[in-house]
Ligand binder design. Structure first.
Ligand code: LMR
Length: 394
């Protein structure tokens, strides 16, 4: 049986991490996988997480199963974080999932159960795992323009023109903030236009939000999602706690489904729980418990928000340093977009050959589409990267 298996393609992002580890050069710079690193190149456990973990060690009485939806306190805390605390409870169904990827996967399976012919529209480009999971599940896929390679900003006219192909009942996947891989984001007016368009078309927004707090701030990063949630009857939200709580390996995410009535909410809730049961039964609890402890404790929440804000401001500072270094070297403003982008990533706009040249000559590792992880830089490596970008002829 096993000999019948076909070789699978190596994941572009995770494959790059393996290539980086295997590179013996001590000058190597890792701008690949979307993991936050501080100036020392470490991914620290956040202070509030350490306190919450100690609290679990001291106070937890049992490791017996939670419910199929996970701990409701977690989902409610996450709904508050993303949708705001005044969003009506009777309008959302929610389950904890193994990470944001688990939430995406469960959302796609829910779509298959409810509406098997619906097309799910993805931005071009998007996180490569979106089309990969959809292809694996056989979900019909559409694509809309998103990024203008000339300006390195959102191609909003192209996006809206392509969305004309969306049919009633289709889903449109939007990155809630900090677009991965480009770093280019919709402004609030554009969010409003997209919401009105989807409403008029009878299509359903499907939000992937994995970097809340990494862009313009926790509240600001949720503004587009909240606006769209206030306008549409139905919506799916897949959220990750990997990045903003720094608990990558704990696999902590949530899938929320907003519906117009409490009857649909309870029907959706039972379906989400059914799906969890089919795929893995009970979602992981440790990370979810850490998140709900933090979000329900004023002092811990304040400390977490402060640490997250320091991370955000550090990334903005690195963006500015890189844009300045490139202005100096290129004698032009053509790299100014790096300071305008938000979140962990920017798409540089380099060709695959230029990306490869930077890897070969300068030991700089970025994803082949020229996505770079800003958090992989520090004050020492910014000038090294700027020199490499110019030398590669970007
Ligand atoms: C990324 O885009 O690098 C992260 O979301 C990590 C991953 O799983 O791909």
């Amino acid at each position: 049986m096993l000999s019948n298996l076909k070789a699978q393609p190596v994941d572009k992002i995770l494959g790059l991490a393996a290539a980086y580890r295997a590179d013996p050069r001590d000058t190597k710079v890792d701008l690949g996988v979307g993991v936050y690193k501080n100036a020392q190149g470490l991914t620290p456990v956040m202070r509030a997480i350490k306190v919450a973990e100690q609290r679990i060690v001291d106070e937890e009485q049992t490791k017996a199963y939670t419910g199929l939806a996970g701990d409701p306190a977690f989902s409610e805390a996450m709904a508050g974080l993303i949708l705001g605390t005044d969003y009506p409870r009777e309008r959302f169904a929610a389950v904890a999932t193994p990470g944001g990827t688990g939430a995406i996967r469960q959302a796609l399976e829910l779509i298959q159960m409810a509406s098997p012919d619906a097309t799910v529209w993805l931005s071009n480009p998007t996180w490569p795992n979106h089309p990969s999971i959809m292809k694996y599940l056989g979900v019909p896929m559409g694509e809309y323009r998103y990024f203008d390679n000339a300006t390195r900003a959102v191609d909003f006219a192209g996006m809206m023109a392509d969305l004309e192909g969306v049919k009633a009942g289709d889903l449109v996947l939007l990155h809630g903030c900090c677009h991965n891989p480009t770093g280019a984001n919709l402004n609030l007016t554009q969010w409003g236009e997209v919401a009105d368009f989807l409403n008029a078309r009878g299509a359903i927004p499907f939000i992937d939000i994995a970097y809340q707090g990494f862009g313009d701030g926790l509240e600001q990063d949720a503004a587009g999602v909240r606006l769209i949630a206030s306008k549409v009857p139905e919506m799916l939200i897949a959220a990750s706690c990997s990045k903003n709580f720094g608990i990558y390996r704990e696999r902590t995410g949530v899938l929320m489904a907003l519906s117009p009535s409490s009857a649909e909410q309870s029907l959706t809730q039972t379906n989400l729980q059914f799906l969890n049961r089919q795929n893995f039964s009970f979602p992981p609890d440790h990370g979810a418990r850490l998140v709900s402890i933090i979000l329900n404790d004023d002092a811990l929440k304040t400390d977490w928000m402060q640490e997250l804000e320091d991370v955000r401001l550090g990334m903005l500072d690195l963006r500015q340093q890189l844009a300045d270094a490139l202005r100096e070297r290129s004698g032009s403003d053509r790299f100014g977009f790096i300071a305008e982008h938000r979140g962990m990533f920017s798409r540089l706009g380099a060709s695959p050959e230029q990306v490869e040249a930077m890897r070969e000559h300068n030991a700089i590792y970025m994803v082949g589409d020229s996505r770079l992880n800003i958090a992989g830089l520090n004050a020492q490596t910014v000038p090294i990267l700027a020199d490499a970008i110019i030398a590669a002829g970007v």
